[in-house]
Structures are given as C-alpha cells and as structure tokens.
Ligand binder design. Structure first.
Ligand code: SF4
Ligand code: SF4
Length: 97
C-alpha cells in the first residue's frame, strides 16, 4: 500500500494543518517555567509568511489575519522562530517574572 503522501501530488493551503496548539493541539501541559527568554512579535514587521509557524518545533505559532501569534503557555523559548524570520519581526526578550 502506498503511503498517503505519495498518492497526492500537491496540497492546497486549506489541507495544510494550521494552529496546532490553538485548537485541538497535541500538547497537554504548559511549560514548567524554565524559559528564560521569549519571542516577541513586531506586528508592523510581520508579513504573514508562515515560516515561523513551519519551523517552530513545538507547533505553538499560528498565523491569523496575516500576523503570527505565539502561545506562550507552550513556547519553550528556543529562538528558532526568531532566527528563521527574514523580516526580523521576532526578537527574543528576557522573560518577565
Ligand atoms: S516568519 Fe516573521 S514575518 Fe513570517 S509570519 Fe513569522 S513573524 Fe511574521
Ligand atoms: S521560541 Fe521556539 S518554541 Fe517558542 S515560538 Fe519560537 S520556535 Fe516555537
């Protein structure tokens, strides 16, 4: 039997899962408080390209109305989203306690 991904030649945008944590996500517990830095999004610079959404290892970014949003309950502060964002819309800031 062929794997599903080989049967399909291409995907439409509506077939790609969005908002992995915001709605019906797989993560069940919030981060344990060890995050020392957190990503802050400058919505004026965000162009909605979804690269941060695709690269976030925890799937905690969603793009709504053309702007990225982060679920801080599950973000671990790894900074990958900041590195991948070409317009420089994500800055890592010290965690506020
Ligand atoms: S990678 Fe940057 S510009 Fe693209 S959606 Fe994420 S925050 Fe916005
Ligand atoms: S810091 Fe890491 S876990 Fe948090 S939103 Fe960015 S890529 Fe995802």
């Amino acid at each position: 039997m062929k794997p599903y991904v080989r049967e399909k030649k291409s995907f439409t945008q509506s077939e790609i899962p969005q908002s992995t944590c915001f709605e019906g996500g797989y993560l069940v517990s919030v981060n344990s408080g060890w995050r020392s830095i957190r990503p802050e999004i400058d919505t004026n610079k965000c162009v909605g390209c979804e690269q941060c959404y695709l690269y976030c290892p925890d799937g905690v970014i969603s793009v709504k109305e053309g702007k990225a949003q982060i679920d801080y309950d599950f973000c671990k502060g790894c900074g990958i989203c900041s590195k991948i964002c070409r317009p420089g819309a994500i800055r890592m800031e010290a965690e506020h306690k």
